[in-house]
Every structure is written in C-alpha cells, then in structure tokens.
Design a protein around this ligand. Sequence first.
Ligand SMILES: Nc1ncnc2c1ncn2[C@@H]1O[C@H](COP(=O)(O)OP(=O)(O)OP(=O)(O)O)[C@@H](O)[C@H]1O
Ligand SMILES: [Mg+2]
Length: 263
Amino acid sequence: MITIESLEFKYEDGTKALKDINMDLSKGNTIGVIGANGSGKSTLLLNIIGILKPSKGRIKYKDLPLEYSKKFLREYRKKVNIVFQDPDKQLFYSNVYDDLAFSLRNLNYNEEQIAIKIEKALKIVDGYELMDRPTHFLSYGQKKRIAIAGVLVMDLDVILFDEPTSGLDPYMTKEIKNIIKKLSMEKKIVISSHDMDLIYEICDYVYVLGKGEILGEGSPREIFLEKDLLEKAYLEKPWLVKVHQELGLPLCKDENQLFKLYR
Ligand SMILES: Nc1ncnc2c1ncn2[C@@H]1O[C@H](COP(=O)(O)OP(=O)(O)OP(=O)(O)O)[C@@H](O)[C@H]1O
Ligand SMILES: [Mg+2]
C-alpha cells in the first residue's frame, strides 16, 4: 500500500537524517520501525506523512507517488495519518471535544455524527471523562490519549504512531498496546519505538534503523535473534527473547503464552 524508494532526507542545516531508505509496508500488518535515539525514526514517519519532503527518492501510496500540493496532502491525510511523539504538537484547541471535532467538522460531518465518533474514540482510549476538559491542563499521558483519539475519529487506512507509549505508565502502556492490536485488525499500523517488548509483541514485520540507514528487516523473530544486528543498532533484546536465550525456554510471543506453558 505504501512503498518507499531510495529515499534520502537532509535537514536545512545539512544533517543527512535518512539515506537510501527502501521499504514496502505491505510486508506486514503492523510494521515496527526501531532504532536508537537520533537514528531517523521520526524523520522517516514525517516523510511518510508528507510533512517533510524527501531530498531524493519517493514515497508511493497505492502505486501513486506522493505530491506535495495542499490539495493532494489534504486528501492523503484522510487516509494516512500520524500520532506524533509529542502530543502538544497534535492538540490545537482549548478543549478536548473541540479538538477532536476539528478534523470531522472539516470533513463536513454533522454535529450528531461528530458526537458519536468522539464518544466512541474517547471510550477506546479510556478518556471519556476528559471530554469537556481544557487541553492545556491535561497530564502528559492524558494528552497522549487524546492525541490517539484524534486519529481514531477519522476513517483512516494507515495510522503511524511515533513512540506511542513514551511517557506512559505501565497500565496505559498496556492499554495502548491493546488498542493498537485491535486497530491492526482493520488498519495498517506503523509504529516507531525503542520499546523492544512492545515491538516484539505487536509487530509482524520490523525495520531496523541506524544512523539514518536500514540495517535490517524481517519478522520480529528473525530480527530479535540477530545479536550482531541489535548491537550495531544499539538496541536491547525483548525480555521474552532473553528468557529464551538465557534460560533455554521456548520463544514465546507474549507473557501469557509463556505463563500458560509453565502453569
Ligand atoms: N529539525 C531538525 N534540524 C536538523 N536536524 C534534525 C532536525 N530534527 C532532527 N534532526 C536530526 O536528524 C537525525 C534523526 O532524528 P530523528 O528525530 O528522526 O531521530 P529519532 O530516531 O526519531 O530519535 P528519538 O528516538 O530520539 O526520537 C538526528 O541526527 C537529529 O539530530
Ligand atoms: Mg523520534
């Protein structure tokens, strides 16, 4: 659905953040993009969404190259959109309801339809009680949930998540994991993260970035068993992989599978 061909991206100050990136997002349903700080994950997602324009190469959606006119991007973002790493970049209105209604009003939904979509999205992110709150008084985790609700109200094909669980407590991290799992049944998901446990558990295809280049790609099992690749990318193994390698236990996909085996 989305392919990236020989993409290079240079920031204005000359920093070459991405080099010769080739990706085919049809290789999985939930695609992970992993890499250390500064490896280029956010830059890559911003290129995919068309906020940044590649210096070289191109991105295709449904076999057509992205165009950078306002009109093209407006239509494109009705189908492909992003939850930013920093929720403050996503929330524009002074109250939660208006913030969530903004994109829907732009799409000419009536107020009744808007209310239904907002209630549904807020319930999914466990944020129903935040509906009438001023956005600037929300905690970081609450802002993050509202930012996620902001993409859930739209009828997207592809959702990009940049560090969806950073700054969240363990309960909310689990919730977000479950939300993404559920969403991935209907939509294509791309997640950038340095939470290897999250990526291992919910992704079915993974790209490893290091210093702006793709160092490896494959299924989570292939990627996370490659010691040299992880070291080169400055990444940790997921704990389930450690348990498998250090204790010789079977390689399980999640903790439930492991606990079931030994109960
Ligand atoms: N606006 C900018 N101008 C110049 N260089 C930038 C800019 N934004 C990012 N960079 C540089 O581009 C490279 C990639 O940064 P990016 O934010 O994409 O990494 P990341 O993998 O998302 O890191 P993190 O895990 O810390 O979020 C880094 O070297 C960074 O310093
Ligand atoms: Mg980032």
